[in-house]
Design a protein around this ligand. Structure first.
Ligand code: ASP
Ligand code: MG
Length: 399
């Protein structure tokens, strides 16, 4: 098999851990596989470098930031390759440039535009393990770029696609994807297998584990992804195409998003174009609107409620100042959370949402907002009931 193995920051967090990773890679190689490894910077390194830059400037040029931040991944790739060679496993380290990773020119959040697989394939054919520095590439004019925080997951998936790997393994510090956060519900268990779409919808569960952009790309490439721990031999969670078996499970996971704020617009002038004006103004400020609920209008006015990440609440407030003429009253509330149940089985079964509402009702939890997609039901509730709701839903769906 041709395997891509990606090791995150904690997995290469110190020299002993890099040594362990080297042993693991050497073992995979010894079992007869060809291996391309993608590494993150040692944990904390990217933040440390960012702080260094901020010591001198609040707004460092992005080009310099890319040069600076990309060095973290280079360190780990070189060290891992040195360790592998010392163990008798021939290896070669490559920067993003050497590995043929071309991106656009948006420094600090570049998109991969093309990967020339030849340098990596040639080295693999010479019998070497290739160790690529993740999170980076070069723009058409030869400048170093980085892919945005958490971007080495994306490097791994894109490389796996370009070299047509059979599998992409993402090694991290947890055993896989759980039915919910085990710190909230001790009965949460690791999922054996989950579809790309479920993984995307469970973002708040998986975000710390796997960057969403990389899941989207894996889906596009139809690439099997496995999330597993580098600290033990446990099996991990396979993220893959939806299959019949998955549909028999009504709900696969329960997610809690504590990072939302609710904005209520009351007495909104009910005329064509008002929603477009409001949400265009928000999008111009790059504000990420999540749920939107509009009620049917009465007496020429309507109510419009929506949620945004808490960190964007201040920007929303300043945008809303421009709408004082068409909106009567605005209320901001960050004492809320969003709980979601997710499962591809919802597509073909009824009563799933009703059970969620009934479960919260039994706990006397008021639902403030509801939104649904084909495979998800999300509910906004008071923050203080968030964890209780997760536990109640987890047991209601017999997870
Ligand atoms: N080192 C980068 C970061 O911390 C990229 C990554 O780890 O995926 O965001
Ligand atoms: Mg990471």
């Amino acid at each position: 098999m041709l395997v891509v193995q990606k090791f995150g920051g904690t997995s290469v967090g110190d020299l002993d851990r890099i040594e362990n990773v080297a042993k693991r890679v050497a073992k995979t190689r010894a079992q007869g596989n060809d291996v391309v490894v993608v590494v993150s910077a040692m944990s904390g390194e990217t933040n440390k470098l960012t702080d260094y830059a901020h010591h001198f400037s609040k707004t460092p040029r992005k080009k310099e930031m890319d040069l600076l931040l990309s060095s973290g991944e280079r360190v780990t790739s070189a060290l891992l390759s040195i360790a592998l060679n010392e163990m008798g496993t021939p290896a070669v380290a490559m920067t993003g440039r050497e590995a043929g990773i071309l991106t656009d020119a948006s420094h600090t959040m570049a998109r991969i535009s093309n990967i020339d697989p030849k340098p990596m394939i040639d080295a693999v054919e010479e019998g070497k393990v290739v160790v690529v520095a993740g999170f980076q590439g070069i723009s058409a004019d030869g400048k170093v770029t980085t892919l945005g925080r958490g971007g080495s997951d994306l490097s791994a998936v894109a490389i796996a696609g370009a070299i047509e790997a059979d599998l992409c393994e993402i090694y991290t510090d947890v055993d896989g994807i759980y039915t919910t956060d085990p710190r909230i519900e001790p009965d949460a268990h690791k999922m054996h297998k989950i579809s790309y779409d479920e993984m995307l919808e469970l973002a708040s569960l998986g975000a710390k584990v796997l960057q969403n952009r990389s899941v989207e790309l894996a889906k596009k490439l139809d690439l099997n992804l496995v999330v597993r721990s580098s600290f033990n031999e446990n099996e991990g969670t396979l993220i893959t195409k939806e299959d019949k078996m998955m549909e028999e499970v009504l709900v696969s996971g329960v997610a809690l998003d504590k990072n939302q704020a609710r904005i209520d617009l009351r007495g909104v002038a009910d005329r064509p174009g008002i929603a477009s004006e409001i949400f265009n103004a928000l999008s111009k400020e790059n504000i990420n609107v999540d749920m939107i609920v509009q009620t049917i209008s009465k007496d020429g006015a309507t109510s419009l409620d929506f949620t945004v990440p808490q960190s964007e609440l201040e920007s929303v407030k300043s945008v809303m100042q421009n709408f004082s003429e068409s909106i009567n009253e605005i209320e901001y509330n960050d004492e809320i959370v969003k709980v979601s149940i997710v499962g591809v089985g919802m597509k073909n079964h009824s009563g799933i949402a009703a059970l969620a509402f009934e479960t919260l009702a039994k706990e006397n939890i008021n639902i403030q907002m509801i939104s649904t997609s084909e495979i998800k039901v999300s509910m906004v509730i008071d923050k203080k009931y968030g964890e209780l709701a997760v536990r109640a839903l987890h047991s209601a769906y017999e997870l």
